[in-house]
Design a protein around this ligand. Sequence first.
Ligand code: BGC
Length: 417
Amino acid sequence: MRKGKLLLGAGLAVMLAATLAHAKTETVEVIHWWTSGGEAAGLSVLKNMLAKQGISWKDAPVAGGGGSAAMTTLRARVTAGSPPDASQMLGYAIQDWAEQGVLADLTPIANKEGWDKAIPKPLWPFSKYEGKWIAAPVNFHSTNWIWVNKAAMDKLGITPPTSFDELIAALDKAKAAGMTALAQGGQAWQEATMFEGVVLTTGGPEFYKKVFMDLDPASINSPTMATVFQRMEKLRGYVDPNFSGRDWNLATAMVIKGDALMQVMGDWAKGEFVSAHKVAGKDYGCYRFPGTQGVVTFNTDQFVFFEKGKALTPAQHQMASDIENKSFQIAFNLKKGSVPARIDVSDAEFDACGKKGMADLKEANAKGTLLGSMAHGYADKPAVQNAFYDIVDRHFNGQIKTADAPKALADAVASAK
Ligand code: BGC
């Protein structure tokens, strides 16, 4: 009798363990920083797709563009021995994590589904480690854009600016009309996003590479960089007094409402226009940061999966596979403001800004002017990226004089690299 009870108990325990294991495989806990309207809409496409496949989503959001805050949370979770199943991640940080040996190998899925043919080569140094796929890219975002309220543009008689001087002329018109000319949030990553556009328009793609990829001291502390900081100071003059700490999507909302003329921001801003039911080309204009047409500074959102000492769970496997699904990439990117990471996807369903994004990307890829975004981790390892953030932020907030900024930047980068 007693033995029978014990056996029954053991049987129940086995069943319970099996149920728990099963439940586990049907959930994915995901760290990400997609908390704005457009970002949440994009994420819902993924959540819904997984839900239809019987996989539930355990949300672990950590707000903050560029992902610095999310990466701090992730580090704490991994250190504590409880990594999530998956995490959003950008650029060089992916390689750092791969080096630590905690990321799952996605190569069997990638080989079965032909990722090598679909994902363009410039992403491979980020998404692969020692020849193995360790990240699933979901999109191409790019950072060298301006987003302009069309009604304000027409009222002020502004045509799309194509040089830095034309940009200033447009901003002057808005300022004279009593509008906030430039919608900006005072956070280091937002200023860094603007800074890389100014570096590109001032020095061109070769200078951009010397500064952000080669970390060349003579280019960083140069007369061209002096002009860059003068231009940053100039732009600061068009920002309203309440910018400090403002989230990027609230700055986008100022443009959507017509309280501000424009925002310098990556094309996740388009996701906000889309979720506010605004129409590209009619309600808002998307133009390359003046003087940078022909070059694309990219950042690609990718998902990595934590191994937790064993093979991928079925839920992790399904999520990685779904991310590279062609129809998913279309549906997701229509909401997110980005364009597909796959190059074999049609632009038919995309609006004017999406079509432009895809065409610019193709052109830049062919011309060799597809450059990684510093502000979003695709030019440098995180320590160097933070050195750029620090000096650009302190300069923008008046704590470093314009004349001193190039040398301060060269010193900070030298000690971080
Ligand atoms: C990410 C975007 C995100 C943006 C703002 C960027 O680093 O790549 O997907 O929308 O930050 O949160």
